[in-house]
Design a protein around this ligand. Sequence first.
Ligand code: NAP
Length: 359
Amino acid sequence: MNKYRVGIIGATGMVGQRFVSLLDNHPWFDVTVLAASSRSAGNKYSDAVAGRWSLPTPLPVPVKDIVVLDATADFRRISENADFVFSAVDMKKEDIKVFEEALAKAECPVVSNNSANRGAPDVPMIIPEVNPEHMELIEHQRRRLGTKRGFIAVKSNCSIQSYVPALHPLRDKFGLTRALVCTYQSISGAGKTFETWPEMTDNVIPYIGGEEEKSEKEPLFIWGTVSDGKILPADDINITSQCIRVPVTDGHMAAVFMSFAKKPDITEIKNIWRQYKGLAQELDLPSAPKQFLHYFEENDRPQTRLDRELEGGMAVSLGRLRTDSQYDYKFIGLSHNTVRGAAGGAILTAELLCAKGFI
Ligand code: NAP
């Protein structure tokens, strides 16, 4: 099989490094383009990340000598040398919007980790196991952009990956009416390590800019329906949240409370979680976890350090399901924010888009 040529924009950052690492030896994708800011451009990738490679695994050999391009100035070279790109840049929202749309218009599909294009009515925000049907927006978006191949698809915010996958199969069956979520989010979610953010050692910060709004609104898009080429957000659920930064390297945990129109029993919920399979599993996509939702019976699981790497960081871990005095039930969820919540989730989305002929 001929592999797809893939570009990574923002390749030197926390999420970009994850992409580089996860795409090493990928069966369908070959990294041919790495791009970042003008600060990194012109350097070999190994030099551009020297002293800031943040992963425990070594820098993959095939990318070491690739010369990093300037995402803006080398725009043409990017679109000509990649069949599609992953985007994970830290730029102003307005600049990201213009940049990603320009790539799409140059017939280079973009699978983006950035929030800039989330919420646009014809841009699909996909969790492959949850709402693959939103891919149908792409044809409408292409008509708006005037493209044949180019389009933008986005990944949702990392925080919601710890609870939306668990709520989804229950919502379908029992009518989820309201949810309350408190997230405990790692420092890599801000693109940081303890070296670059020493203030986080022995500390908790009760504020993450913009995160609560995303945690409450994005699930409604994920559960939205497609009508006339646009996404209509779900309006039958109330979600409220608090998002807190905690001193862990990777892994976002969520404490979740939920109520239903038709209250299921605990055994039913656990069985549904254990048996749940999405399109990613049915198609046996290379990055799909075999078991999407893992339920732990132990009272002290899931734990961030023990469980975030489950199935290569692509599975979602759940535990402590029990009744609540205000809501029907409560539970704990955990997912790896830079894998399932960022690079891994985007790679799985790209695999789905390839398998279904959109790329
Ligand atoms: P990061 O570590 O700060 O990396 C930012 C990247 O953007 C670097 O490659 C940087 O290149 C590049 N960049 C900065 N300014 C640029 C410019 N003007 N033109 C081109 N490239 C530029 O950030 P991150 O944590 O990887 O996050 C990247 C994006 O993914 C953000 O939008 C973030 O919200 C999103 N995201 C992050 C997570 C997570 O868990 N961290 C999860 C989901 C989504 P230089 O090295 O050359 O400066």
